[in-house]
Design a protein around this ligand. Structure first.
Ligand code: ATP
Ligand code: MG
Length: 445
């Protein structure tokens, strides 16, 4: 993509309404535009990132054995009356009436809808287990939408639902999702720590929130810093191996990590050495939840069990804040000049900066680089604009593409270009061909 043609409405001034770095940077980098409070349009640069995040989530859900589907955003009030949540949900739910005076709502979550589908279609224990998910926009009329896409009113969520015959089966599904979450966030370059979370009135200890530690986070959390050192990507995971899943989960759950609601100061202090204690804030990027028959019972989701008797299915639900993740990643990875995208979610793999458009040698070298990297399957942004180098560098820092290839008249006379990483790990003067070899084969995360 040539930057001269790309729709990238960057801002020079820091928008006043933005209180935290990710919100400021997303607005300044032309990733989003607010439509009304907590509701955003995703401009091309932002949408590219959103799609890459969504794709990682999808791949890891599929790998864990979940199946993708798509449910509507608009739901009938009736199914929420069946579960008993229509009145409980309160003003966060956007309620709508259609021309026939039928009561509808914009879905804040989909437990009722998936349970209704399952209740109407599942017959026998042979239909179990199942894990079904979709990635769909939700609406919650938050009292205080803020921090840009972090706490929006309309936001993109991946929500998965599991159906099992009994408690043991439900735990197995829970564990699969738990491990798939570890992999999902790690692939995005995030350290998301599973923390024991409140299960509300249903009780039980089966809920974890996945939290990215960040001073701007909205959740108060307490954990052992050793959680940050556990590697979850280096080994291949067999989702059919219950023992292996439990072993990975144990590495985390044996360490203290709890949200405020579950925090116990005495236990924290006795289990975690002083220098390893993290007491601070975090961003909830996902949650896994076992809730048994809370919805399946009132909504009649039963199957005929192996004994010939009807059995109410055991369920869990598993959410990931896909759009919130864009903000969370920026909170975790930026500097004063702008965003520093991890390779796996970057809007482009590399940016070519032409320091003197119109100069024959510069233009030719840039076009060669652009063509070669494109042929190697790389997404490249080519800054061919007629702008001063300072402007180009500032924009490149702001939008944060991982690799940068700078081509200028002085270097190109000797066949040399500058190859840099936005994260500061590489800054080399090299031959153009060497730079291209390196970029064409660099890991995409
Ligand atoms: P929170 O405590 O932040 O309000 P929640 O616990 O109510 O979130 P869940 O129902 O668990 O949210 O939703 C699953 C995921 O969706 C959350 O872990 C979070 O990442 C994301 N999410 C929830 N509310 C919002 C929102 N208003 N804007 C953006 N993402 C959200
Ligand atoms: Mg939650």
């Amino acid at each position: 993509m040539r930057l001269s043609r790309f729709y990238l409405p960057t801002l020079k001034e820091t928008p006043k309404e933005a209180e935290i770095a990710s919100h400021r940077l997303m607005l300044r980098a032309g990733m989003i535009r607010q439509s009304s409070a907590g509701i955003y349009s995703w401009l091309p640069l932002g949408f590219r990132v959103l799609r890459r995040i969504e794709q990682i989530v999808r791949e890891e859900q599929d790998r864990a054995g979940a199946q993708e589907m798509l449910m509507p955003t608009i739901q009938p009030a009736e199914i929420w009356r069946e579960s008993g949540r229509y009145d409980d949900y309160g003003p966060e739910m956007l309620r709508i009436t259609d021309r026939h005076e039928r009561e509808l709502l914009y879905g804040p979550t989909n437990e009722e809808m998936i349970t209704e589908i399952f209740a109407a279609t599942a017959r026998s224990y042979r239909d179990l287990p199942k894990m079904l998910y979709h990635i769909q926009w939700k609406f919650r009329d938050e009292v205080r939408p803020r921090f840009g896409v972090m706490r929006g009113r309309e936001f993109l969520m991946k929500d998965c639902y599991s159906f099992d015959l009994d408690y043991e089966g439900a735990v197995r599904s829970y564990n699969k999702m738990f491990v798939s979450y570890l992999r999902t966030f790690a692939r995005m370059g995030l350290k998301a720590i599973p923390m024991e979370a409140d299960t509300g009135p249903i009780g039980g200890d089966l809920s974890h929130e996945f939290i990215v530690l960040a001073p701007t986070g909205e959740s108060a959390v307490f954990c052992d810093r050793n959680c940050l050192d556990i590697d979850v990507l280096s080994e291949d995971i067999d989702y059919g191996d219950d023992g292996a899943l439990a072993a990975i989960i144990n590495r985390f759950t044996t360490l203290y990590a709890r949200t405020e609601e579950k925090h116990d100061t005495a236990a924290f202090e006795s289990r975690v050495a002083k220098d390893r204690r993290y007491e601070g804030r975090g961003i909830e990027v996902g949650q896994v939840f076992y809730f048994g028959t809370k919805y399946s019972k009132p909504m009649g989701a039963e199957v005929i069990g192996p004994d010939g008797q009807p059995a109410t299915v055991e369920m869990g639900s598993y959410g990931i804040g896909v759009s919130r993740l864009v903000g969370a990643i920026i909170e975790a990875s930026h500097d004063d000049a702008g965003i520093i995208w991890p390779d796996a979610v970057a809007p482009f793999d590399a940016e070519i900066i032409n320091l003197r458009p119109g100069d024959e040698a510069c233009d030719a070298a840039c076009m060669e680089a652009y063509a070669r990297l494109g042929a190697a399957g790389r997404d490249v942004l080519y800054d061919d604009r007629d702008e001063r180098p300072g402007v180009k560098f500032a924009d490149a820092d702001l939008i944060g593409i991982p690799w940068r290839l700078v081509i200028g008249p002085r270097g190109i006379k000797d066949g040399k270009v500058e190859l840099k990483r936005r994260d500061g790990t590489v800054a080399d003067e090299v031959a153009l061909s060497a730079a291209l070899d390196r970029l064409a084969t660099a890991p995409r995360g």
